[in-house]
Design a protein around this ligand. Structure first.
Ligand code: G3H
Ligand code: 13P
Ligand code: ZN
Length: 313
């Protein structure tokens, strides 16, 4: 099976009330853990690569790792650029075989975001086969902003802009800001995590049938945080998005849910635990093998309990 773009995947997900997991990858064990979980549960998947991942692993290694996963599992896979920040980076990925790209102009002015996104869409859609494009409107709060997401109302997506943005740019999906954020510290202790479903509803009223994307959607699995802290780590007050909120979003217009931090936590928990319990081990296959097993376990859990994408191949 060749790589696919997001078009048909999102049409089916929207109609079926489920979402596709978009998992960040930068090494072999994580690619294998994700795709083996998807094969067992018959789930389509998006493997996404950030600029940082390309720098770490080199584009050619990532491309061939994903190709190997297709040959090994026969799962429908989208190879997607996560947070592309320039036309040149998107073009490079499109030219080298990515089937989907994100152009993230969310930090630009509205008109600059429209212009940049439109330029990427024109290039991607003219490509054979058609490459799908994700745009973004609204800004997610980041840990670096030192402000919790619920305090940053000004940055939520404005539903009154989405129709104009989508029609003028021609994007295939849209990432919106409704209270999620990147990383392992999404809410402050004592805060009740919540998402602005009222904004999601207004967005889907303006764009009926149009696929919406949630970034920063890790749950920050407490079981892994606890293992990390028990085996020498220090991650106090790591808090994510509760699974029931994500499940609700997946039944609505959200067709793509981005998960990176939970996989990082899974690998770190497994490696820390393994090395403490087996101080004599020095073969990376022993502890990275545990990392791969933890990734597979958490991806299976997400597919069934959060995404609802099992038995969709
Ligand atoms: O949204 C960002 C992703 O988690 C990728 O992070 O830029 O550290 O690879 P990264
Ligand atoms: P998390 O940090 O919540 O996993 O978000 C990942 C993401 O949005 C990648 O684009
Ligand atoms: Zn993101």
């Amino acid at each position: 099976m060749p790589l696919v773009n997001t078009k048909e995947m999102f049409e089916k997900a929207y109609k079926g009330g489920y979402a596709i997991g978009a998992f960040n990858v930068s090494d072999m064990e994580v690619v294998q853990g994700i795709t083996e979980a998807c094969k067992e549960l018959k789930s389509p998947v998006i493997l996404q690569v950030s600029a940082g991942a390309r720098k770490y692993a080199k584009p050619v290694y990532l491309k061939h790792l994903v190709q190997a996963a297709i040959e090994d599992t026969d799962v429908p896979i989208v190879l997607h650029l996560d947070h592309g920040d320039s036309f040149e980076l998107c073009k490079d990925c499109i030219d080298s075989g990515f089937t989907s790209v994100m152009i993230d102009g969310s930090h630009l002015t509205y008109e600059e975001n429209v212009a940049l996104t439109k330029k990427v869409v024109e290039y991607a859609h003219a490509h054979t086969p058609y490459v799908t494009v994700e745009g973004e409107l609204g800004q997610l709060a980041g840990i670096e902003d030192d402000v919790s997401v619920s305090e940053s109302d000004a940055n939520f997506t404005d539903p009154n802009q989405v129709y104009d943005f989508v029609t003028r740019t021609g994007v295939d999906s849209l990432a919106i800001a409704i209270g999620t954020s990147h990383g392992a510290y999404k809410f402050k202790p004592g805060q009740t995590p919540h998402l602005r479903f009222d904004i999601l509803e207004k967005v889907s009223e303006k764009l009926p049938g149009f696929p919406i994307v949630l970034h920063g959607a890790s749950s920050v699995v407490q079981e892994y945080v606890e293992i990390i802290n028990r085996f020498g780590g220090k991650m106090p007050d790591a808090i994510g998005i509760p699974e029931d909120l994500l499940r609700k979003a997946a039944t609505m217009a959200v067709c793509k849910i981005n998960i990176d931090s939970d996989l990082r936590l899974a690998v770190t928990a497994a490696v820390r635990k393994h090395l403490v319990e087996h101080p004599d081990h020095f073969d990376p296959r022993q502890y990275l093998g545990d990392g791969r097993a933890y990734v597979k376990e958490i991806v299976k859990h997400k597919i069934i309990n959060v995404l609802g994408s099992n038995d969709k191949i």
